[in-house]
Ligand binder design. Structure first.
Ligand SMILES: [Zn+2]
Length: 309
């Protein structure tokens, strides 16, 4: 299959043919995000000010280390709630992730992300693991917009199981599909995110991109390729995106229950073990105490014997 050449929007010139207004700070004189911001909230907030990221402080929020609300476009990249008026409440560190992401996203021909939520205190579906949304470190993007009213919906326009090593976008011809795949590929290549999940990942992501940033203590970057072909795995088109059957769900539930039971048994065993050890320790202490007392008595009686004439 012939490789379709990339439209100008995907090349890395700072002014794209698609007419994206790329901020002047792009080429060369790009402001670098300082590395030490991860260490303290104060430093991170100062960095937001220095990079002129529009934001306001948010009150204490469960799970978020340094909650902020992004109030305007970051380097020309707009964040818009798709439904309702959910504010872009996130961790300060994630706002910096957007700062780093913005040039990549703009160059891919997108200047607006329509999201359902950024912060949301919840677990990863079906697990006991906290989702990155709970830390204000992930965003679910349902639609993207480019200049000139190009709008693509992940649900409608994503073409599943495309992309190959060396041709991440894959043999996709529709403009919207190329826009989405181009964005996903560019983001993965940039390695700014800790994880990007697309409809190719699983059924839960059939209608949105999950973009997750790095936690404050994490080092960049895990490399997972869901936009192109998953590395080292046999790719069966459509397999990962099918809705799980009731049988699969039941099997998963049973497995989860079994896991929980095993964990509980292990906990109980550990508790029993601890109790036994504690009892043994107590017994040993009592024995030692008895020996000490006996010796003291012995000493006392000997002393008394010596004193007797
Ligand atoms: Zn998500």
């Amino acid at each position: 299959m012939p490789v379709t050449p990339l439209p100008p929007a995907w090349t890395t010139t700072s002014r794209t043919a698609a007419g994206v207004a790329v901020p002047a700070s792009f080429g060369g004189g790009d402001l670098k995000v300082r590395a030490d911001v991860r260490r303290s909230a104060r430093r991170c907030l100062k960095e937001l000010v220095r990079l002129s990221i529009p934001f306001k402080r948010a009150g204490w929020t469960k799970g978020i280390e340094t909650p902020v609300i992004v109030t305007g476009p970051i380097r020309g990249l707009r964040l818009t709630p798709k439904w309702g008026k959910r504010p872009a409440l996130m961790d300060c560190v994630f706002a910096l992730t957007f700062y780093r992401m913005a040039p990549v996203v703009l160059r891919a021909g997108v200047n607006e992300l329509l999201y359902s939520s950024v912060y949301s205190y919840r677990n990863v579906a079906g697990t006991r693991v906290r989702s990155r949304h709970a830390y204000g470190l992930a965003i679910d993007v349902f639609e993207v917009r480019g200049p000139g009213k190009v709008q693509a919906s992940v649900k409608k326009d994503w073409v599943k199981a495309m992309g190959r090593p060396g041709n991440c976008i894959g043999p996709v011809t529709s403009r919207k599909a190329r826009l989405l795949r181009g964005l996903a590929c560019a983001l993965e290549k940039s390695r700014i995110l800790s994880l990007l999940m697309t409809p190719d990942t699983d059924y839960a992501h059939r209608d949105h991109f999950h973009m997750a940033g790095l936690k404050a203590t994490e080092k960049p970057h895990r490399r997972i390729r869901y936009a192109g072909r998953p590395k080292g795995r046999t790719w069966i088109p459509g397999r990962a995106v099918r809705k799980p059957t009731r049988r699969t769900l039941r099997r998963r539930r049973v497995a989860a229950r079994r896991r929980a039971a095993r964990r509980k048994a292990a906990r109980r065993k550990a508790a029993r073990h601890k109790a036994v050890r504690r009892k043994a320790a107590r017994r040993q202490a009592a024995r030692r105490e008895a020996v000490r007392r006996k010796a003291a008595r012995h000493r006392a009686s000997r002393k008394a014997a010596r004193r007797r004439p």
